[in-house]
Design a protein around this ligand. Structure first.
Ligand code: CP
Ligand code: NVA
Length: 313
């Protein structure tokens, strides 16, 4: 192991709000380079001897597998942990856990619902911490979404994007990205499941390009990209009420027909087919959901390199 990268200021990746557009652009460019190299069969061992500890307090398929495989492809290694099998389950604090883990591993990736828990861990960690989803944000997902949009359609800053359905972590990271990149981002959600005070503050801060409406038809009109997500996120307990209230926000062929004629469809997955999106849309020609899933791998390799101070080949 190479030890602690930068003791006084580890490079955390916690929320897109912490970054400038230039830094995120650098990470996206590097993602593309790594993806191209990988397609040619090249495997630069940029993270040889680095160990990433992954702590999952909640379920995951994409985040877990893509971080694990990404580290291996760059020559590093991973530890897969859950809070239940650590002393976290017996009330050891996240801060003490971070202090201990910092003596063993080179970086930590964590999925934990409470964003304050993420901040407690990162605040006490002397190695980089990466946010693998909290209830407040999902920055790695939105970086993969931007990479995907740009591969298909070009600069994100010129995109008109509609978010339709629940207001959640993925949407919040899109608000943060829109504030940086300047794309249009219109959120259509029912009042009952609209943004909470913290999200509203982020929306207000983002600028005039981020808008809020209750009308999904208004949001998708002429959109270049329509995005939705599950109506019931991890930690939500009111599934039946959500299904009832959010029903008019289902993305179906008719709603997609009101978007721009070349509009793409995205969903971070896992999808609940028949709820927030129909089979026809998610399996249709405009859907790029599996490209998004693949790009988690490529963008997270660049994020991993960035936290270790590697920004280009
Ligand atoms: N999109 C996403 O983060 O998927 P997982 O919950 O499977 O990691
Ligand atoms: N909004 C969803 C995203 C899952 C990847 C959730 O938090 O459950």
């Amino acid at each position: 192991m190479t030890g602690i990268t930068n003791f006084s200021t580890p490079r955390h990746f916690l929320t897109l709000q912490d970054f400038s557009a230039e830094t995120l652009r650098g990470i996206l460019d590097f993602s593309r380079d790594l993806k191209t190299l990988f397609a040619k069969g090249e495997r630069p061992p940029l993270l040889q001897d680095k160990v990433l500890a992954m702590i999952f307090e909640r379920e995951s398929t994409r985040t877990r597998v893509s971080f694990d495989v990404g580290m291996r492809q760059l020559g590093g290694q991973t530890l897969m942990l859950t809070g239940q099998e650590m002393q976290l389950a017996r009330e050891e604090t996240l801060a003490d856990t971070a202090r201990v883990m910092s003596r063993y591993v080179d970086a930590i990736m964590i999925r934990i619902l409470d964003n304050d828990d993420l901040l407690e861990l990162a605040g006490a960690s002397s190695v980089p911490v990466i946010n693998g989803l909290t209830r407040r944000s999902h920055p790695c997902q939105v970086m993969a979404d931007i990479l995907t949009y740009e591969e298909h359609r070009g600069p994100i800053g010129e995109a008109k994007i509609a978010w339709v359905g629940d207001t959640n972590n993925v949407m919040a990271s899109w608000v943060h990205a829109s504030a940086l990149f300047g794309n249009q981002f219109t959120i259509a959600c029912p009042e009952e499941f609209g943004p909470d005070q913290a999200m509203l503050a982020d929306i207000r801060k983002a600028g005039a390009n981020v808008k809020l409406t209750e009308d999904p038809h208004e949001a998708v009109a002429d959109a270049d990209l329509v995005i939705t997500d599950t109506w019931v996120s991890m930690g939500d307990t009111d599934a039946s009420e959500r299904r009832k209230v959010l029903k008019p926000y289902r993305v179906d062929t008719r709603l997609m027909g009101e978007a721009g004629k070349d509009a793409l469809f995205m969903h971070c997955l896992p999808a609940h087919r028949g709820d927030e999106v129909t089979d026809e849309v998610i399996d249709g020609p405009r859907s790029v959901v599996f490209d998004e899933a693949e790009n988690r791998l490529h963008v997270q390799k660049a994020i991993l390199c960035w936290v270790f101070g590697i920004e280009a080949l």
